[in-house]
Design a protein around this ligand. Structure first.
Ligand SMILES: [Zn+2]
Length: 140
């Protein structure tokens, strides 16, 4: 089962740590679920990355609020975060355009709305990248 679109995965490339779902084109990673070799769990890369993001952004804000970070360093961190987040969104959006399948929260859609939300992800992702890049130029 693909954790992104819920489609059945016919096979997994032998020995590969990551692969693209044949249905939604999203990147997936395989993780051993236990010490026995035949049990694995499959995760969506976007899902993992966005979970990993929360403590990073939270930590930035806390460090800034407690004056451990200068405004310049904070702006630099936020710019990097925008760049990374934007890249994920553009990747998600372009994969959605390619496969015609998109997911917003728990809803997987394959209709025109999927195309629209893929386009908006790509556009907003590009905007985040541009903003992040501008921030890096200004602070770096
Ligand atoms: Zn999928």
């Amino acid at each position: 089962m693909c954790p992104y679109c819920g489609a059945f995965l016919p096979y997994w490339p032998r020995g590969a740590p990551a692969a693209l779902c044949v249905h939604c084109r999203r990147p997936l990673v395989i993780v051993p679920a236990s010490t026995t070799l035949d049990r694995f769990r499959i995760f969506s890369v976007f899902h993992l990355a966005k979970i990993a993001f929360l403590p990073v952004v939270g930590g930035l804000i806390v460090a800034f609020a407690t004056a451990r970070l200068s405004p310049d360093a904070f702006a630099y961190g936020v710019s990097l975060a925008l760049l990374a987040w934007g890249s994920l969104d553009v990747w998600d959006g372009t994969s959605g355009l390619e496969s015609g399948l998109d997911r917003v929260r728990r809803n997987v859609r394959t209709d025109r709305a999927a195309k629209r939300s893929s386009i908006s992800k790509t556009v907003f992702g590009s905007a985040s990248i541009a903003l992040g890049a501008a921030g890096l130029l200004l602070t770096g």
